[in-house]
Design a protein. Structure first.
Length: 293
């Protein structure tokens, strides 16, 4: 594996849909409800959250390895356990990417307002605290804020110059799938995480509730779109595109349902990230239709 490929894989790029989703969908949502917004700043924020996400992924891999959670025998091994990079290399790389992300955030703050520093600061703290929170059954809640509520408010702010609380109507259309990516990973790793003397939310609620929670997480976006259409916050076209995106939810639900019958869910976290890709693409298509209509 060449050096460039190693550093790219170390960021876990397959997970980026979960950080792209809030900024991209909020950007298009704001374009449908506001006449005058700064779309360029919305896409600038997209670059920033991906950088923070990449840094957070690498910090998580580093601490998982140091804690003994990640081993050479684990399913879905990390860049460290594969031997492609050392733990020290990953840590240094994470710090460099984090520094770039912070500088990018400060530049965007200068162009928008000090409130972004507060919103981004909270998001950055939550992202860096994720490894500790994950080990204490709070990782799912952390992800909901880090890749749901915080980036939605931040994107709406850079586009309008004000805190737009109504922008949070869009958050459930993607955020629970993001949490499901983590939950699928933790459900798969219940035994291994227990041996490492940590406690995830999946361990706390047990296998049966973990399955049902996963079902709820992957189907909430469709149900929430229906609620938003019924209350006038989204156009009926969004139900059509959300239904089309739900095809992948059927596949993932079926895989999780087979887990207690001996089925494998080793790749379900990545397959859930694929669902997020389809979900974001279809919702984006719906918003584009509305903007151009």
């Amino acid at each position: 594996m060449n050096t460039l490929k190693r550093y790219f894989i170390a960021t876990r790029p397959w997970s980026f849909p979960v950080s792209i989703a809030p900024v991209l969908l909020t950007t298009f949502y704001m374009c449908t409800i506001y006449q005058d917004v700064n779309t360029l700043y919305g896409f600038w924020a997209l670059v920033g959250i991906v950088l923070f996400h990449a840094a957070g992924n690498m910090f998580s891999d580093y601490w998982d390895y140091k804690k003994g959670v990640d081993t050479e025998q684990m399913a879905g091994g990390s860049i460290i356990t594969s031997g492609a990079m050392s733990a020290q290399q990953v840590l240094v790389y994470a710090l460099v990417v984090l520094a770039v992300a912070v500088l990018n955030g400060l530049a965007l703050t200068l162009c928008t307002g000090w409130q972004l520093l507060l919103i981004g600061g909270i998001g950055a703290v939550l992202a860096m605290a994720y490894p500790w929170l994950k080990f204490h059954a709070l990782g799912d809640l952390d992800i909901l804020f880090t890749f749901g509520i915080i980036p939605t408010l931040g994107t709406a702010f850079v586009m309008t110059g004000e805190i737009v609380w109504s922008s949070l109507w869009i958050t459930p259309t993607f955020a629970t799938i993001t949490v499901a990516v983590l939950h699928a990973n933790n459900t798969r790793d219940v035994l291994r995480d227990g041996n490492a003397d940590i406690k995830t939310f999946a361990m706390l609620i047990g296998p049966r509730m973990s399955r049902w929670l996963y079902y709820m997480e992957v189907w909430t976006p469709l149900l929430w779109v229906i609620v938003c259409v019924a209350t006038g916050h989204l156009h009926w076209i969004m139900i059509i595109v959300s239904l089309m995106a739900s095809v992948v939810a059927f596949r993932n639900t079926r895989i999780m349902a087979q887990w207690d019958k001996g089925g494998k869910i080793d790749m379900l976290d990545q397959m859930t990230a694929q669902q997020q890709i389809v979900n974001v693409l279809m919702l984006t298509l719906g918003f584009l239709v509305l903007i151009l209509w």
